[in-house]
Design a protein around this ligand. Structure first.
Ligand code: CAA
Ligand code: FAD
Length: 379
């Protein structure tokens, strides 16, 4: 066992850190206030290879490992969690599933431009009445000759309007429960596909979250991913990796807030000394640093398990559960270390605190992670 990064890991981390500082930090407050999507920045992230990091180079990807991916996710998330959720969805929820289970034709047509960030993708599982209880979804895809006819509504879809390609999970045989669910590739602009209103959110306000409506949308049979009935397993397997990305996002939000709090504590003076010299603040910093380190180890362990071909479903659920709780704790404490200055936008920590909350909700709430973990322990 060793705890050292390779030179390549460090180069990726430094490149992501540099990009976040120079390209994402300027205007991050304005984008949050105006709920503005980071279009130009995401385009540049594609050019730098951050949108298809783990995809095989033969499909235009970076051919990197999951460790590199989580290091980059952490750095981007320290500064702009709205940009990092687009990155996470494109890499882990869209490119991964297409590369693992898509046909060669699907990879040529969709994966190649997704891996370069030329276009971005969305992953559509949740519905207005089916979030955690994902098998109870109502969207249907009925086979009619060479097409499936898709009807239903998906909710809360990240990259909802900016995506060009949507992986949509739908019922093809309601009688068969989760074994009657299938996965499809749907393109923006197809007849009957309408993008609903943009959600006005507490955090990750720069990310565009939309509902999507499908009315008699004709999806060619060749756009089904895998066999009929494979869609729920496809979604669950995809989310196992997705949760590593969101755990890394939570870690980045926490470490971004911690770094700001640490620096501020060394500058701010109260009662004749810097606040970092008061033990109450020192203990907060010690708790934050310890929690972040523990979260980092869980994130890296789940990434390593994935890279080494081992089962990572439970490890990724643990990493997401713990890192998201750390993100909440640490960002609340970072605001406290900043005092009143922490409560205003200029100092960034209030945004990080708002952004942290979503990591306990999406890609499976904390309660759902505990279901996944406990089933793994008890089986
Ligand atoms: N990995 C692989 N397979 C899994 C799995 C996992 N983590 N979890 C369940 N499965 C499989 C089971 O093995 C079972 O298959 P078999 O019958 O062939 O064995 C099948 O799925 C059904 O499993 P369960 O009987 O356990 O189903 P359930 O209905 O009791 O519960 C659940 C399943 C774990 C709660 C699941 O519904 C779930 O994960 N819900 C949360 C949904 C979610 O995470 N949504 C995220 C949407 S995307 C998103 O949020 C993106 C974003 O924000 C950026
Ligand atoms: P519910 O399932 O209704 O849960 C409500 C509460 O009940 C939660 O606390 C939950 O943990 C708890 N609960 C439910 N069932 C149980 C149980 N069995 N035991 C204990 N507690 C339980 N989805 C996508 O498909 N694609 C996306 O790109 C996407 N992006 C998102 C972006 C944002 C900003 C948001 C807010 C959501 C996004 N989602 C996306 C949806 C997200 O995955 C769901 O919101 C999440 O899975 C929870 O579902 P729900 O909102 O329906 O809550």
């Amino acid at each position: 066992m060793h705890f050292e990064y390779t030179e390549e890991h460090l180069a990726v981390r430094d490149a992501a850190r540099d990009f976040a500082q120079t390209e994402l930090l300027p205007e991050v407050i304005e984008r949050d206030t105006e709920a503005r999507f980071p279009y130009e920045q995401i385009k540049k992230m594609g050019e730098l290879g951050f949108m298809g990091m783990m995809v095989d180079p033969k499909y235009n990807g970076g051919g990197m490992d999951t460790i590199s991916y989580v290091l980059a996710m952490e750095e981007i998330s320290k500064i702009d969690a709205s940009a990092s959720v687009s990155m996470s969805v494109n890499n882990s929820l869209v490119c991964w599933g297409l590369e693992k289970y898509g046909t060669e034709a699907q990879k040529e047509k969709y994966l190649k431009p997704l891996a370069t960030g030329e276009i971005i993708g969305a992953f559509c599982l949740s519905e207005p009445e089916a979030g955690s209880d994902a098998t109870s979804q109502k969207t249907t895809a009925e086979l009619n000759g060479d097409y499936y006819i898709l009807n239903g509504t998906k909710n809360w879809i990240t990259n909802g309007n900016t995506a060009s390609v949507y992986l949509v999970i739908a019922q093809t045989d309601v009688e068969k429960g989760h074994k009657g669910i299938s996965a499809f590739i749907v393109e923006k602009g197809w007849d009957g596909f309408v993008i609903g209103k943009k959600e006005d959110k507490l955090g990750i306000r720069g990310s565009d979250t939309h509902s999507l409506m499908f009315t008699d949308v004709k999806v060619p049979v060749e756009n089904r991913i895998g066999e009929e009935g494979f869609g729920f397993t496809f979604a669950m397997e995809t989310l196992n990796g997705g949760r590593i990305g969101i755990a890394a996002q939570a870690l980045g939000i926490a470490s971004g807030a911690y770094e700001l709090a640490l620096a501020y504590s060394k500058e701010r003076k109260a009662f004749g000394k810097t606040i970092s010299q008061h033990q109450a603040i020192q203990f907060k910093l010690a708790d934050m640093a310890t929690q972040i380190e523990a979260a980092r180890l869980l994130v890296l362990k789940s990434a390593w398990l994935k890279d080494s071909g081992q089962d990572y479903a439970h490890a990724s659920a643990m990493a997401k559960l713990y890192a998201s709780e750390v993100a909440m704790n640490v960002t609340v404490e970072a605001v406290q270390v900043h005092g009143g200055y922490g409560y205003v936008k200029e100092y960034h920590v209030e945004r990080l605190m708002r952004d942290a909350k979503i990591t306990q909700i999406y890609e499976g709430t904390s309660e759902i992670q505990k279901i996944v973990i406990s089933r793994g322990i008890l089986k």
